[in-house]
Design a protein around this ligand. Structure first.
Ligand code: ATP
Ligand code: MG
Length: 171
């Protein structure tokens, strides 16, 4: 089956959960998904539940703490680039139908990964692989190169009222 490049971006909630939802739907048809999570090192609910899952493999290439732009270290850069290399390998090895790079747009925006390297991965995509990139601030060139781009638009969010991230909803 022919695959396409999808991008879920924008400042509204729903990008990562949409990508995981896509992987779950595909698994119902026996399709396998590899998910590389950038920026993230904490154990999110979706990562926990998918441990040992037959169809969906998740690996994280982020820090345990929240990163801010002024606290970027060589270690974060190395981890992120290792993650990208790993996603490229997984895309090419032929064991997966879907490859998801969660928060990759944010990793580019933070300067952890060069945009050109991600574009290079897009160009190397085997025709039958579905590639999904998530995260705010999707760069223009990636949007241009994608087949599907959805912008999650924040109309309102309770965190503007001071509600903290909740287990099972935000993480
Ligand atoms: P989700 O993971 O729920 O699908 P997302 O991938 O679209 O959301 P991200 O931009 O990756 O959203 O943000 C991760 C999560 O953190 C989201 O659930 C979002 O609602 C939440 N979030 C974003 N900003 C804040 C904030 N300032 N305070 C609390 N939660 C926040
Ligand atoms: Mg997300």
């Amino acid at each position: 089956m022919k695959g396409y490049v999808q991008v879920y971006t924008g400042n509204g909630k729903g990008k990562t959960t949409a990508a995981f939802g896509q992987a779950i739907r595909a698994s119902g048809h026996g399709k396998r998904t590899y998910i590389g999570q950038f920026m993230k090192g904490q154990v999110y609910g979706e990562v926990k539940v998918l441990r040992g899952n037959q169809y969906i493999d998740v690996e994280q290439f982020g820090a345990e703490k929240c990163i801010t732009k002024d606290k970027i270290t060589e270690e974060y850069i190395m981890k992120s680039n290792y993650g990208l290399k790993r996603c490229l390998e997984k895309m090419k090895e032929g064991n997966y139908d879907i490859i998801i790079l969660d928060e990759i747009n944010v990793a580019i925006w933070f300067g952890l990964i060069k945009e050109e390297k991600v574009l290079e991965l897009l160009y190397q995509r085997p025709k039958d692989i579905e590639l999904i990139l998530t995260g705010r601030y999707a760069p223009e060139k990636i949007i241009k190169r994608a087949d599907l781009v959805t912008e999650m638009k924040c109309i309102k969010h309770y965190y503007d009222r001071g509600v903290k991230a909740r287990n099972g909803i935000e993480r």
